[in-house]
Design a protein around this ligand. Sequence first.
Ligand code: SAM
Length: 210
Amino acid sequence: MDPGDYDAWYNSARGSWILAREWRLLRRLLRLGAGHRVLDVGAGTGRFTALFDGAGFIPVGAEPDRSMRAFAARRYPYLGWVGADARALPFRKGSFDGVLAVTSLCFVPEEERSLAEMLRVSRAPVVVGLLNRHSLLHRRKAGRGGYRHARWHSPGEARALAHRACPGCRVRVRTAIWLPGGGLLARLVEGLLSNRLPGGGFLALAIEPS
Ligand SMILES: C[S@@+](CC[C@H](N)C(=O)[O-])C[C@H]1O[C@@H](n2cnc3c(N)ncnc32)[C@H](O)[C@@H]1O
């Protein structure tokens, strides 16, 4: 995927709306604040990494794809960028206050191993954004464009994955983006529904040792 094309989508009306809704949910799930050190796994062009920086966190972006990473580092040279694969993160146990991965684990073949790695390097919550197979987004986008190679999870599968990677952990499952078009009705619906309801295309998990 061309980083410029990928990143440009976030500038569209729909892309910027989705970015804002996902960011809102991820922040709430992470339950950390300014000054905390966070790792963004599969950071892509760094959109979420930069949002963390803007909110006062100390983020590091981990991204294996050279062109994506170069794009992110060019745009946000003041942030830390590491060439790293989610399956073997080059950090010591507990290096970060929190770790997140936004729609990146759905592209990694060994998702359970990757999640275990994220839990290893995090002192507290691990937050993961996935794609919900039980959603309108799946019906509209699965197998197409940037979603072509993505794995889609049901909320139950996502929860089971989290428990396999971290037996005994507390897992919260939330969703957002019920109407993926991003028009007026979608925005209205999004404002009215609770993230506890299933069916949103964006499936977010928070995993915390209990
Ligand atoms: C859809 S993009 C998401 C990028 C960014 N998190 C965002 O939400 O804009 C998926 C990202 O996962 C990355 N990725 C793919 N395989 C990976 C792996 N094994 N470890 C870490 N990241 C990976 C890709 O390079 C890509 O940047």
